[in-house]
Design a protein around this ligand. Sequence first.
Ligand code: GLC
Length: 633
Amino acid sequence: MATTRKPASQAAGGANGPAARGKAADKVFAERLARHRDELRWLYMELYDNGDMFAELCDGLKRFFDERDNKLKKLDLAREEAGAWYRATNMLGMQMYIDNFAGTIRGVEERLDYIERCGVNYIHLMPFLDTPADKSRSDGGYAVSDFRRVNPALGIMDDLAHLASKCHTRGISLCMDFVMNHTSDEHEWARRARAGEGEYMSRYFFVHDQGIIDRYTRDVPQVFPTTAPGHFTYLPELDQCVMTQFYPYQWDLNYRNPRVFNEMMYNFLFLANQGIDIIRIDAVPYIWKQLGTKCRNLKQVHTIVRMMRMIGEIVCPGIVLLGEVVMAPVEVAPYFGTVEKPECHMLYNVTTMATTWNTVATRDARLLRQQTDIVCSLPRSYTFLNYLRCHDDIGWGLDYGTLSTWGMAEVPHKTYLNDYFQGHTPGSVSRGELYNADPVTGDARFCATTASMCGIEAAGFEGNDEAMEVAIRKDIMLHAYMFTQSGLPIIYSGDEVGQVNDYTYKDDPEKAEDSRYIHRGAFDWQLAKNIDEPGSVQQRIFGALRALENIRRDEPVFSADADVRTKDYDDTSILWVVRSIGDRTLHAVFNFSDDAKTIWMPETATYTDLVSGETAELATIAMPSWGFAWMLR
Ligand code: GLC
């Protein structure tokens, strides 16, 4: 009997049916894996020498690839094709705590119109995974007790995926923290380790030999010398110490154990599959420990980051790795890896940030010029995330070698900066507080919002209109300098409306010990209302930043491919940056001084002032104190 048989392709739903799509996807995965497999295996075996665990990892990658939503897979393909999508000059980031900004993840979704109005298309949601409810044991969410669960006070995982997809329809990307160095002591692994289960104890570092603890104490610098001194925490139930480089409730993970690496990679991919676009790898320089070293930036850290990069490129190539490397300048750039073997896509421009504030306090732009030159000498493909401040303190990681040749020695100079920014120095308009003042080394870091450091808090408190003028100008000028740099600018939520310090954290016993909360206050929506109030402080800052962002987005001279250099000028309080592409040249001039200046242009010629839009032939420009100009030739 004759039977009619459907062609195989039809039986499976045709050329576009699920089976055909599945096959095409498998091919994509196989190709990506093939591209990286040898190197990935090599590095994995070098660290772990464990073929079974490597095979398990590869199976895991396939599983997460299969589970990845088709829309995200499409975005991956589009981004693979587009290349470094995060380098576009229309990128503008904002970092925010969900509870401070809008209560919950759903609340953030409801506020997307405001975020868009700010011109923002990259949102960094500060840690929102499950963490101990007691804020004195959560480190602002950086003590994670479950990598697959959202902090119930903020919502559920589905809310996150929903927000991500809503953001994607508006062309907004989402960034989140991946805290890899440690877990909370309430994480299941920690609880089981505390109960004495060997399998889980091997995921952390347990020590009972005082000699070893002493050697760490000798060799390894302290992260929180005042708020959390020491590197180990004693656990009476085990009569042993566990390594805790950060707070005593943050247990350092042991990446010598391949189980830790594999599981953390699965957590990373799980989060990427919720629709996260940028993964900020928290405190990454610390993840490998070796007795007898400083336990920072060891070569194994780079091996792990390189493996992570390949794992991302195999499963979810649309995502970006942003390294949190708050280290000396020479330690930072290596986290980009090499052109052939890249590691992070983006890094924080931490030295430039700290050097910018150094310039504010000293009115001496020489170090900032040197720092700008260093950044400009790096390959253009290295993308930095530029910022004026973040959720953390500002550490004075400056080039003291150079400063000391100018008569500024490290310890007194740090004291000067901290005095200045606390407002203790005559003429200083800044307000803020110290963080982790170390009585032994004399070291201290500093906390405040951008607006308070610029004098907006002091001028508002004193009702001093003249001082407010200058403070607003300084705030806008510093943002203009941030926008002048190549890379991705990030605004801290609230800075767009000049929000000042919040001292109420002192009344909350769970926060009082951590002065970083001074600049992590709840977003003041009343201030946001004022952006429509002509002449208000908020409208002036918001309006100015929006104008600068639009110029940056549309003017080719801001392209990441432009040439950038600094220009010599016979006044150390002036910073002069030149950007050029094709026949367009931008002279970006910043006045870091309390005096008005006449700026001599390189030659009498026709320039367009990008801010006012005016074009004129001129030889000089008049610049108020703390003013700036973007002059295009
Ligand atoms: C990072 C975070 C910081 C946190 C630390 C420990 O440096 O930025 O806020 O305290 O990691 O996780």
